[in-house]
Design a protein around this ligand. Structure first.
Ligand code: MN3
Length: 200
């Protein structure tokens, strides 16, 4: 069974004006689709065939690059689509909101820190909010790497991620990654993210 492309549960224009329809459509149907296709191709006739990206991450240092790169990008985009929603309360809720306040001082300070980490990731990569035990970590990773991988400097359970590859924002925001990051705060799926954190 080939691994299948996950569809966002909103339409390509649903995140306008923060993410434009053309960017969403190309990002999903071209970039994400290509990672899925290449992942399936790379797995063929290997001992990892039939495994999901999540099953591969804990020993990713021992798999060939063409599997590792595409497994990472498949999962990272799956989580990125789930990290966003056109209907969002705008802020975290419950235990997640309290943990953010305790650890970072306020939601605004948390926002500043995450935005800075995302803006200063050198080159292509991702910014993450991660749960480790009962606390939160903010980190960025290069290229395809994510916090579930044994090669990641920061490890833990990803709560949400932001794609800071240029293909995620260049059509609308050109070279202005910080403007794209500012826009992202309007569409973070705090309802699902808070629920998943609050459940523990
Ligand atoms: Mn991308």
């Amino acid at each position: 069974m080939a691994y299948e492309l996950l569809k966002p549960d909103y339409s390509y224009d649903a995140l306008e004006p923060y993410i434009d329809m053309e960017t969403m459509e190309i990002h999903h149907t071209k970039h994400h689709q290509k990672y899925v296709d290449k992942f399936n191709e790379a797995l063929e006739d290997t001992r990892w065939q039939g495994k999901t990206p999540e099953e591969i991450f804990p020993d990713i240092s021992s798999v060939p690059d063409n599997i590792a790169n595409n497994a990472g990008q498949v999962y990272n985009h799956n989580l990125f689509w789930k990290s966003m929603s056109p209907n969002t309360p705008g802020k975290p809720e419950g235990l997640l909101a309290r943990t953010i306040d305790e650890q970072y001082g306020s939601f605004n300070k948390f926002q500043e820190k995450f935005s800075k980490v995302a803006a200063t990731q050198f080159g292509s990569g991702w910014a993450w909010l991660i749960r480790k035990d009962d606390s939160l970590l903010i980190a960025s990773t290069s290229n395809h790497i994510n916090p579930l991988m044994d090669i990641s400097e920061t490890r833990g359970e990803p709560l949400f991620c932001l794609d800071v590859w240029e293909h995620a924002y260049y059509l609308k925001y050109r070279n202005k990654r910080p403007d794209f990051i500012d826009a992202f705060w309007n569409i973070i799926n705090w309802e699902d993210i808070s629920n998943s954190f609050n459940k523990g």
